[in-house]
Design a protein around this ligand. Sequence first.
Ligand code: TMP
Length: 253
Amino acid sequence: MSRRRRVYEGKAKVLYEGPEPGTLIQHFKDDTTDSDSQKHATIEGKGVLNNRISEFIFSKLNDIGVPTHFIRAINMREQLIREVEIIPCEVVVRNVAAGSLSKRLGIEEGTQLPRSIIEFYYKNDELYDPMVSEEHITAFGWATPQEIDDMMALALRVNDFLAGLFLGIGIRLVDFKVEFGRLYEGDMVRVVLADEISPDNCRLWDIRTNDKLDKDRFRNDMGGLIEAYQEVARRLGILFENEPKRRGPTLVK
Ligand code: TMP
């Protein structure tokens, strides 16, 4: 037995060296933090659910021709991915006013936006991921204008796909955050979807009740996070047999 080489450890995930050059293993932890990393908790079973949900979404995106880092599932907590150079910009797509947009612009939570809105945030924990414009991104060399165009086009395709997927299971896709990476293939470099898509980085509201089925349950101390994530997985039809034991209140439907 030998120890795997840890390439990177973030708040919710660990990346290990993969079995072949240019691959990594993405491991989902049970840890969670709020956006300022002020609050931290370990929620048993969260990593397994996020791995399962993200793997399901990324393989569907691969199927419809959205380039992603995802190669295949490995086990309950891990997936094989392509090694990419992460572009240091978080891309948020919003369909409905909520969170920081509502606070910043005084728009009531739940207001349908006139069209989907894309925002960029500079990935920097010490600065708490400040919002930036395309001007900042190109001036400081975080991404080229072409890469920004690619990220925007891909983010909108992901939004169309996810909004339809969730609508079909009675969930409103309010907003989400994605990250992109540069994939180097010989002389070529292209922008691909990276990181994860799970209830940790989406706002998902039940269409009928407006119940929150996402990480806002943790951010706002509402409890019932695992039950909410299980509900998303159940509706997607991917809840596994040996799911983590239910604890505490059951989501009222
Ligand atoms: P916000 O309203 O707090 O700006 O969040 C917008 C969306 O982005 C929401 O779905 C949560 C997600 N998000 C992350 O995944 N990570 C983050 O660090 C932040 C601030 C937001």
